[in-house]
Write a protein that binds this ligand. Structure first.
Ligand SMILES: [Zn+2]
Length: 256
């Protein structure tokens, strides 16, 4: 009886290991779940349908945005996995959580919503996102993973969310209408005053950003632009999120 139980336990363990191995193989090789791929500069685009018009411009623009990151690596090449019929993006969502797009490992970007490269938007549940900035956000996650490695990256390292999401927002959202931190804090404060239960905030280009991420971005802007910290310094800093938040608000409302 005991040996039978042991035999089944071993079989089950082997099966779990095999399934896990298969999953890792698929995650690392999107080609297994796509009919074709096309090289656009440093991006390998995995797709099932014809390549969408305007994709080259969006990828070039995203690359021009992330070049400003202190972790930018000229040798890094990215895999862009489109949501055009392959089960790959949905499968990644099962394991990494529901998302508009996902940036994982040091080079994989899966787009999970309804993309329109010509219009530069991604639509999810009727909400419109700036597609170039979304790609730049996910690519920044990849740059960070590439720099820090598996053990110091989330979810393993459990870095505070405001640092983990604030930095990709900081890098990707650098467009002229949102450069003033004081103006950004005012926009958020006014949006909350108007309707405190709303989830998002509408940006100058009429696309949306989650309010939590908008606040993380403000905090990152405060650390990097006002306090002149590098992202590496922000990561190693031990001050709590609430302390940084109140420091930022004291800076926003200077004492008379
Ligand atoms: Zn993110």
């Amino acid at each position: 009886m005991k040996s039978k139980l042991l035999k089944w336990t071993m079989r089950l363990t082997l099966l779990i290991l095999l399934l896990f191995g298969l999953l890792v193989l698929i995650v690392l090789n999107p080609a297994l779940l796509y009919s074709t791929n096309t090289q656009i500069g440093k991006f390998t685009v995995y797709h099932n349908k014809a390549l969408p018009a305007g994709i080259k411009l969006r990828l070039t623009d995203a690359d021009n945005i992330i070049v400003t990151s202190e972790f930018y690596d000229t040798n890094l090449k990215f895999d862009i996995c489109l949501n055009d019929g392959s089960p790959y993006p949905a499968l990644m969502e099962v394991f990494l959580g529901k998302a508009f797009a996902l940036g994982f490992t040091s080079n994989k970007i899966a787009l999970c919503g309804n993309t329109d490269f010509a219009a530069n938007t991604m639509k999810v549940n009727g909400r419109k996102w700036n597609l170039t900035q979304l790609i730049a956000h996910e690519a920044t996650h990849c740059l960070v993973f590439n720099e820090l490695g598996f053990w110091k990256s989330n979810p393993v390292a459990n870095n505070p969310l405001w640092k983990w999401e604030g930095y990709p927002e900081y890098v990707s959202r650098k467009h002229l209408n949102h450069l003033s931190l004081k103006q950004n804090i005012t926009s958020l404060t006014e949006a909350i005053k108007k309707d405190k239960d709303q989830w998002g905030i509408i940006l100058a280009d009429s696309t949306i950003a989650p309010r939590t991420y908008f606040n993380y971005w403000n905090m990152m802007q405060y650390c990097m632009d006002v306090k002149k910290m590098t992202y590496q310094q922000v990561l190693s800093d031990t001050k709590s999120e609430s302390l940084i938040q109140s420091e930022m608000m004291i800076w926003y409302y200077p004492e008379e």
